[in-house]
Design a protein around this ligand. Structure first.
Ligand code: BG6
Length: 509
C-alpha cells in the first residue's frame, strides 16, 4: 500500500521509484521467542530485506520471558529461516539482518523491563519510528500497552512515530472487545493502532478491490439483479494442532468468522469507496457488517455448528477433536461452522451469503464463489435439453491463487450442444513471481503507517456484535452434544440441510 510521502510530488522521481520504503524504524517484538515470531515474523523480515523493502536504518528488539542473549536470538532467527524460509545456511541478506537484532528478556508486567527496553533502544541507536508488535497471548495486551504508556514509549518526539500491532484474537465477545478498545485508546490514538488480520494481507483478498473497482465490466452486475448467492469457504485439513488451550475457548466462529471471513465478506459486498484511502475503504466495509441481519433473531436456522470425529485426512488416520491433546473429552467446541447471512442493503437485499469453515475437511482451500442467476430463457432446449448451468465467478484465495469464470460454450460438432467451460487467471503463471506472504505486506504497511489493511475499532466491535448473540444462544441452549462430521468429510448433514432448504447446494471442491 503506497503511503503518501512528501517526495511523492517530485516529478523528477516519476518512473524511478515504484515501491515506497519506510522511514527508519525500530521493530520491538513482544513474544519474540514464540511461535508466531518464528514461523511468520522473522521469515517475513528476511523476505522484506531480500526485496530491499526494509528501511535503510532498521533495528529489531525481541522481548520475551525466556533468557536469551543477543547472539542466541540471532541464532534463533537463522533457525527460523532454515525451518520456515528455506534458508539452509545464512546468506548475505540474513547475516546482515541478524546484526540488527537484539534481545531483552523480562516479565511483561515488570516496569523494570520497560526501563531496560528504553535503554536498549537508545544503546542500539534506534530511530524514533518505533513499531511494537504484540505477538503474545491476548491476556497480556493490556499490561504491555499500559507499561509502554507509563514508560513514555507510546509518545514520539518531533516527527517520530509510535505504532502498535495487535494480534488476534481481539477480545472474546462484544464486551471484551469494547473494553480492550477503551484501554488501547487510553494510551494510543486510533491512528497508532494496527489490529492485524492476516487474511487482509493475502494477495487475492486485496485483489478483490482491484478486480471490482478497477474494471468496468464486473461492478455493474455485482448486485441482487444478477447474483443469486455467494459462497465463501475456508477449509483446512489440519486439526486443532497443539493449540487446544486457545481453541477450546474459541471455536471456529470466533477463530475464523468474527475476523477473517467477515473481512472477506465485507470486501466482496462493500460499495465502491470514493477514494482508495484507508478511512474511505474502512467506512464502506463497516457499512457491510452493520447491514448484516441478526443471525439468531428469527429462529436458529442460519447457523450450523459441528465438531470433527475420528476419520481419515490425506491418507492418514486422525483422532476426533475430543481425543486431541488438551481437549476436554466432553467438549462442545465447534470445529466447523456454516452460516447464512442476509444484508439489508439495496444492492444485496434477498441475496444469501453462505459462509463455511472447518478443520479436518478433505482439502485446504479458501475461495469465494459468486453464483450468478440463470439466463431467463433456455433457447437451446430442443437441441441441448439439460438445464444450463449458471455463470460462476470463483476467486481462489489459496492455494493456487487466481480467478476463474464459468460460462456455457458450444461443444464442437455439427449439433448444437452446450457444455460449461472455465476461463482461468492464475497468479503464478500470469505474473511469474511469488505471491508475498501476508505478514510481509502487513508489516511493511504498518511501518509505512498505512492502516487500510488493518481492522478499525468499529469494524471489530460490529463483527463481535454480530456473532456474540450466536454464542449467547448456544450457551443458553446448554447442549451437551454437538453435531459431528467425520474427519475428511465436508462437514455435517445439518449444513447440507441448510442449503437444501434454500434449494441450493454447497459447491463441491
Ligand atoms: C488463524 C486461525 O487465524 O488462521 C487458525 O487461528 C487457522 O486456526 C488460520 O488455521 C488459517 O490461516 P490460513 O492463512 O492458513 O488460511
Amino acid at each position: 500500500m503506497p503511503a503518501p510521502r512528501s517526495s511523492d510530488s517530485n516529478p523528477l522521481l516519476d518512473g524511478l521509484r515504484i515501491e515506497p520504503t519506510p522511514r527508519p524504524t525500530a521493530l520491538v517484538i513482544f513474544g519474540a521467542s514464540g511461535d508466531l515470531t518464528r514461523r511468520k515474523l522473522l521469515p517475513a523480515l528476511y523476505q522484506l530485506s531480500r526485496g530491499q523493502r526494509l528501511p535503510a536504518r532498521f533495528r529489531v528488539v525481541g522481548v520475551a520471558r525466556s533468557e536469551m542473549s543477543d547472539e542466541e536470538f540471532q541464532r534463533h532467527f537463522h533457525d527460523s529461516l532454515k525451518e520456515f524460509a528455506g534458508v539452509a545456511t545464512p546468506d548475505d541478506v540474513s547475516s546482515a539482518l541478524a546484526k540488527s537484532l537484539s534481545y531483552v528478556p523480562g516479565e511483561l508486567d515488570d516496569p523494570a523491563l520497560y526501563r531496560r527496553l528504553v535503554a536498549r533502544l537508545a544503546e542500539v541507536g534506534a530511530p524514533d519510528g518505533i513499531l511494537f508488535y504484540l505477538a503474545v497471548p491476548p491476556g497480556a495486551y493490556a499490561t504491555i500497552v499500559e507499561r509502554l504508556g507509563a514508560a513514555g514509549l507510546t509518545k514520539a518526539q518531533g516527527d517520530g512515530w509510535r505504532r502498535v500491532i495487535v494480534e488476534k484474537p481481539f477480545g472474546t465477545d462484544l464486551a471484551s472487545a469494547q473494553a480492550l478498545n477503551r484501554l488501547l485508546h487510553e494510551h494510543l490514538d486510533e491512528s497508532q493502532i494496527f489490529r492485524i488480520d492476516h487474511y487482509l494481507g493475502k494477495e487475492t483478498v486485496q485483489n478483490l478491490l482491484v478486480f471490482r473497482f478497477a474494471n468496468g465490466m464486473f461492478e455493474p452486475v455485482w448486485n441482487r439483479r444478477y447474483i443469486d448467492h455467494v459462497q465463501i469457504t475456508a477449509a483446512e485439513t489440519v486439526g486443532v494442532e497443539r493449540r487446544a488451550g486457545y481453541y477450546e475457548g474459541a471455536g471456529a466462529l470466533r477463530d475464523m468468522v468474527q475476523n477473517h471471513l467477515t473481512q472477506v465478506l465485507s470486501l466482496v459486498a462493500m460499495e465502491p469507496p470514493i477514494t482508495f484511502s484507508a478511512e474511505q475503504v474502512r467506512d464502506r466495509k463497516l457499512d457491510v457488517v452493520m447491514s448484516i441481519q441478526p443471525l439468531v433473531e428469527n429462529g436458529d436456522g442460519n447457523v450450523v455448528r459441528a465438531q470433527y470425529a475420528a476419520g481419515w485426512v490425506n491418507g492418514a488416520e486422525v483422532p476426533g477433536y475430543r481425543q486431541e491433546d488438551g481437549v476436554n473429552p466432553n467438549s462442545t467446541t465447534e470445529t466447523y461452522v456454516a452460516l447464512r447471512m442476509y444484508l439489508d442493503s439495496w444492492r444485496w437485499a434477498g441475496v444469501p451469503f453462505y459462509i463455511r469453515t472447518g478443520k479436518r475437511l478433505p482439502k485446504r482451500t479458501t475461495e469465494i464463489a459468486i453464483q450468478f442467476r440463470r439466463p431467463p430463457l433456455h433457447i437451446f432446449k430442443r437441441a441441448s435439453p439439460t438445464a444450463i448451468t449458471s455463470n460462476l465467478l470463483v476467486v481462489n484465495v489459496q492455494p493456487d491463487e487466481g480467478i476463474s469464470v464459468r460460462f456455457e460454450a458450444k461443444l464442437p460438432g455439427s449439433r448444437m450442444q452446450l457444455a460449461p467451460v472455465m476461463m482461468n487467471f492464475r497468479y503464478g503463471s500470469a505474473f511469474g513471481r511469488a505471491v508475498p506472504e501476508a505478514y510481509e505486506t502487513l508489516l511493511l504497511d504498518a511501518m509505512l503507517g498505512d492502516p487500510t489493511l488493518f481492522a478499525r475499532h468499529d469494524f471489530v466491535e460490529a463483527s463481535w456484535g454480530l456473532i456474540t448473540p450466536v454464542h449467547e444462544a448456544w450457551a443458553a441452549a446448554d447442549a451437551e452434544t454437538i453435531p459431528g462430521y467425520e474427519a475428511g468429510d465436508w462437514g455435517p448433514d445439518e449444513a447440507n440441510a441448510m442449503m437444501a432448504a434454500d434449494h441450493r447446494r454447497w459447491r463441491t471442491l
